[in-house]
Design a protein around this ligand. Structure first.
Ligand code: IMP
Length: 426
């Protein structure tokens, strides 16, 4: 049977508008699988003026006929997930029987948040700017093979409590010397046991579920979180998250093999943003001021104002290569509507040379200066466009140039937060 699996992931530093694109694409999907990351993500979807922000639950949950899986590559804060499911229930979104939590997924526990926040404090000015949700320490425990997995939430209460107490005791022994806050074992056991009772009906073997869906010819979307340059291997290390946000991570995280992937949709903004520290060659305070003044570009997880800059073709070209992008979905075009001139970075000036590939070291990357090609702005709203031909001529020139520079075709264009403000190219 022909595979119908599509990966949808971010080509920049996250917040590209994946939630919105996934929601639109989910109208033609049977399954949405979240591959990696945790509740550091914030996927925003607006439906009829109503706003939904999802952190762990795949965006497909907002489409009644779609089933969703939080796959084994994700890390799950049990209490956070319960809160998210309860929030959906209050808004009449049913999750029972259509949302599954892979037993393979690792748990984010209170001590992970303490380590994350304590370590950031210790780094001072050199901090990474994490979301403080315990993501790095949870992946760290996974890699050192001392993590607890979601499947363990189904253990008899006494055994689960024993395992939790053991991990909290290990944390508390190291806490003082490391500058981490100590954690109450009793409180942890109470919190996790309560969440475990709630989450047990959602537990499933994620790999078997995913493979049944593939074998059954179901239309599957694999939902990426964060973005290519937050990938722990391919991002601006160490200013990255701790998971694999690239296409390879989508396969590892879900257990769906690379040979089953039919399409890779790379989501990107018409400009660039990032939250947290790290190099950002095209960062521009004036553009940031303008976008923040429009009420745009505030983080949906932490509320932080995002750093803003011009489109960086060097960055996105690398992302297209890394992910094997078959088409791009470009969002937030309307953010550029009022500008007379729109620079695009076509190369990096570094130590007297022009680079067309990003440097390996973040410290070198931070010393690169942008080489810009400046486009004429269209200075009219794009928000009412519903077809390529309805876009201003200069907007079409801008998009066509970007597509050519990065080496991937544009499949989808988004000109606003609403479902209806999305259309296919051509
Ligand atoms: P962590 O994932 O909380 O460890 O944060 C590491 C870096 O990734 C920080 O710069 C965060 O701001 C960034 N980050 C993590 N998740 C997201 C996301 O969903 N969107 C944008 N940035 C993110």
């Amino acid at each position: 049977m022909k595979s119908r699996v599509t990966i949808v992931l971010g080509l920049q530093w996250g917040d590209e508008g994946k939630g919105k694109i996934l929601d639109v694409m989910a109208s033609e999907a049977d399954w949405v699988l979240r591959a990696q990351g945790g509740n550091n993500a914030g996927h925003t979807v607006e439906i009829g003026g109503e706003k939904f922000v999802l952190h762990l639950v795949p965006s497909g949950i907002l489409r009644a006929k779609v089933s969703c899986l939080i796959a084994g590559g994700a890390v799950v804060d049990p209490a956070g997930l319960v809160k998210e499911i309860e929030g959906l229930a209050k808004r009449k979104i049913r999750t029972q029987g259509r949302l599954f939590l892979a037993e393979q997924a690792h748990l984010v526990l209170p001590q992970h948040r303490a380590v994350d926040q304590g370590s950031e404090k210790k780094r001072g000015l050199a901090k990474i700017g994490t979301t403080g949700r315990g993501i790095g320490p949870a992946y760290s425990d996974k890699a050192t093979r001392v993590g607890l997995r979601a499947g363990e939430l189904a253990l008899p209460a006494a055994e689960l409590a024993r395992r939790l107490r053991e991990r909290v005791a290990a944390h508390n022994r190291a806490a003082s010397s490391q500058g981490w806050e100590k954690i109450s074992a009793t409180k942890t056991v109470r919190e996790i046991e309560k969440a475990a009772r709630f989450l047990r009906p959602y537990l499933a073997d994620g790999v078997t579920l995913a493979h049944r869906a593939v074998a059954g010819g179901k239309r599957i979307l694999i939902e990426g979180a964060q973005g290519t340059f937050l990938d722990v291997d391919h991002g601006t290390y160490p200013f990255v998250t701790s998971s694999h946000c690239t296409a390879g991570g989508a396969c590892t995280g879900t257990g769906v093999p690379p040979t089953a992937i039919q399409r890779v949709v790379g989501v990107l903004k018409a400009y660039t943003t990032r939250v947290g520290g790290g190099p950002f060659v095209t960062e521009d305070g004036t553009l940031g001021h303008l976008l923040h003044g429009m009420g745009r570009e505030f983080g949906s997880t932490t509320g932080r104002a995002r750093r803003c800059g011009w489109f960086d073709a060097v960055l996105v070209r690398r992302a297209v290569q890394l992910n094997g992008v078959t088409e791009m979905a470009i969002t937030n075009l309307d953010g550029l509507d009022g500008l007379e001139k729109i620079p695009v970075c076509v190369g990096y000036r570094f130590e007297g040379k022009i680079l067309h590939e990003p440097p390996v070291e973040s410290s070198d990357w931070a010393r690169c200066r942008p080489v810009y090609r400046v486009f004429e702005g269209w200075c009219e709203p794009t928000t009412e466009a519903r077809h390529w031909k309805e876009l201003p001529r200069r907007a079409r020139i801008y998009l066509a140039a970007i597509s050519q520079m990065v080496g991937a075709t544009i499949g989808i264009i988004s000109v606003g937060a609403g479902r209806e403000q999305t259309f296919r190219h051509g």
